[in-house]
Design a protein around this ligand. Structure first.
Ligand code: FE
Ligand code: CA
Length: 528
């Protein structure tokens, strides 16, 4: 039995209970659709030295999530050594099930390490666009370089996805996406100009599916998926603004149902392997997405999930959920050591990932700004004003992470972040407001990307933040774009790339700033 067939059967077995709870569909899988089914393009991701996940979803009418009948379709796929598909390295057939929105995930095994491949899907005589992907280098090898594009926060209503066109053109080995792939909010309701309300909020499976479909119609976003494998995590807006663990911003007795629907839609639209699922009735009630990816001995990605397991935000307004900005004098609970950002299990897993890493660069691939960022000048006793949804809401958990970095000493830790719609470059220290010293060394370097489109605060306020937080070496919130990291054994170069105009799909882009980190020397080196 070939690997594809075995995979298919394995997958069907794993999904059998899912299938049982959906409406019955004909035993024989359908072999074609009446109109072109690959409107959302293709994607690949989660690269290993011998495997990569290929993705597509059948959806003839992307703005109508119910366009296909509730039947299974049998989709063919091919992966080739060349763009012309003259030499096929692997091929097979897999099911697109209605229970999973006719999404297709193929975990192609048995591939060569450190190689580019091309792939496509076929249904009847319809052929998908061609995607390019690659495997990770072999374990133990030392590749010469690694180029990572880092993206996050692509609110549909706030601009065009020109940044994704530039990501594709930058020819990255990997795209790291750090969350807010969708925003559950719909367009602003202009009928309420004084108190803008969002209408058309995604809150159930159909709503989240149609949101992903809408976003994925964008040709520039598709181009970035077609250019390279993605390593993805999520943030709050894949579910709802500022959610924490099992609590939303607004009281909602059915929040876990909503979260399960959102997690399922995330799986259905991302090039990730099917994680172990919960027992019924909510199959996607819990979904592990934190994971490690190794790039030979050059780099290890520690991909984190800081949403699913975190303690609730402290001292919320009006006794509900969600974030606020507070001082210690107003809210001593912020400093409670029991508070967790990652959950005990993921913390342990991360420490093990540090301890076991042989990589030159250890890249914490995660959602939100890790550097402390007081919104007011910090007082002599260390009090300032802190935003409770980011790592500043979980300062003791952050110290534990620093403890683990200092204990296990993984080589060259670099934190990459999104969420705050701002370019930041920062030095991470135990005591942020004391000068670096042997007792208070720079432990890691942080680069936070801006957003692909999502809006941010005025630059004057960001200038204040940078002035009040001297470990933050750079801050720009007035630009949209992405980050590019060029990594070699000796050095990491980071480029902050800013769009001329987020309102234009044909916007140009330029380098706003660039930085280096040298092997063995944590901390931001600002280039001219
Ligand atoms: Fe965002
Ligand atoms: Ca966010």
């Amino acid at each position: 039995m070939d690997a594809g067939r075995r995979y298919f059967l394995d997958r069907v077995a794993r999904l059998a209970s899912l299938a049982a709870c959906a409406s019955a569909y004909p035993g024989a899988a359908l072999a074609r659709t009446s109109s072109y089914p690959f409107t959302l393009g293709v994607a690949s991701g989660s690269p290993r030295p011998d495997s990569v996940v290929l993705w597509t979803r059948l959806l003839p009418d992307p703005l109508n999530a119910l366009a296909l009948p509730p039947a299974a379709y049998s989709v063919r796929w091919e992966l080739a050594d060349d763009e012309g598909f003259r030499h096929i390295a692997a091929k097979g057939e897999t099911a697109a099930l209605p229970e999973l929105a006719h999404s297709v995930h193929v975990d192609v095994a048995g591939l060569q390490p450190d190689r580019w491949y091309w792939y496509r899907f076929m249904l009847g005589d319809a052929v998908s666009p061609i995607g390019r992907t690659r495997t990770a280098p072999a374990a133990g090898s030392m590749p010469l370089g690694l180029r990572i594009a880092v993206a996050s926060c692509q609110h549909w209503e706030f601009g065009e996805y020109a940044a994704h066109r530039h990501i594709a053109a930058a020819n990255p080995d990997v795209v790291a996406f750090l969350g807010d792939y969708i925003y559950e909010w719909g367009p602003f309701d202009l009928a309420h100009p004084l108190k803008p309300r969002h209408k058309n909020i995604s809150a159930d499976l159909a709503g989240y599916r149609s949101r992903y479909a809408q976003y994925k119609t964008d040709p520039n976003l598709q181009a970035a998926h077609h250019a390279a494998p993605w390593i993805v995590t999520w943030d709050d807006h894949e579910v709802s603004n500022d959610y924490a663990n099992d609590r939303g911003e607004a009281p909602d007795p059915n929040f876990l149902q909503r979260r399960a629907a959102a997690y399922q839609a995330f799986y259905e639209h991302m090039p990730v392997r099917l994680p172990p699922l919960s027992s019924e009735p909510l199959r996607f009630a819990n979904m592990r997405i934190y994971e490690r990816y190794d790039w030979g001995r050059l780099a290890r990605f520690h991909v984190l999930d800081d949403r699913q397991y975190r303690a609730y935000q402290v001292c919320p307004k009006d006794g509900g959920g969600g974030s606020t900005s507070i001082t210690n004098a107003q809210c001593a609970e912020r400093l409670d050591p029991a508070r967790t950002m990652l959950g005990a299990e993921q913390e342990k897993w991360l420490a093990h990932g540090f301890a076991s890493s042989t990589a030159k660069w250890n890249i914490l691939t995660q959602q939100t700004l890790m550097a402390q960022c007081s919104q007011t000048p910090v007082a002599a006793d260390g009090d300032g004003k802190f935003w409770t949804d980011g790592w500043d809401g979980y300062p003791v958990a952050r110290q534990r992470l620093f403890d683990d970095l200092q204990k296990h000493r993984p080589s060259n830790p670099v934190v990459i972040s999104g969420d705050v719609h701002t370019f930041y470059a920062a030095n991470l220290k135990r005591d942020f407001y004391s000068k670096a010293s042997p007792a208070n060394p720079v432990i890691a370097t942080e680069f936070c990307g801006t957003s692909i489109t999502s809006s941010s605060r005025p630059q004057e306020r960001t200038d204040q933040y940078v002035a009040q937080n001297p470990h933050i070496k750079f801050g720009r919130s007035d630009k949209r774009g992405f980050m590019l990291l060029n990594i070699s054994a000796k050095q990491m170069s980071t480029y902050f790339l800013a769009l001329d105009d987020v309102a234009r799909a044909d916007s140009g882009i330029s380098t706003l700033a660039s930085f280096a980190v040298e092997d063995g020397r944590p901390g931001v080196i600002t280039r001219a």
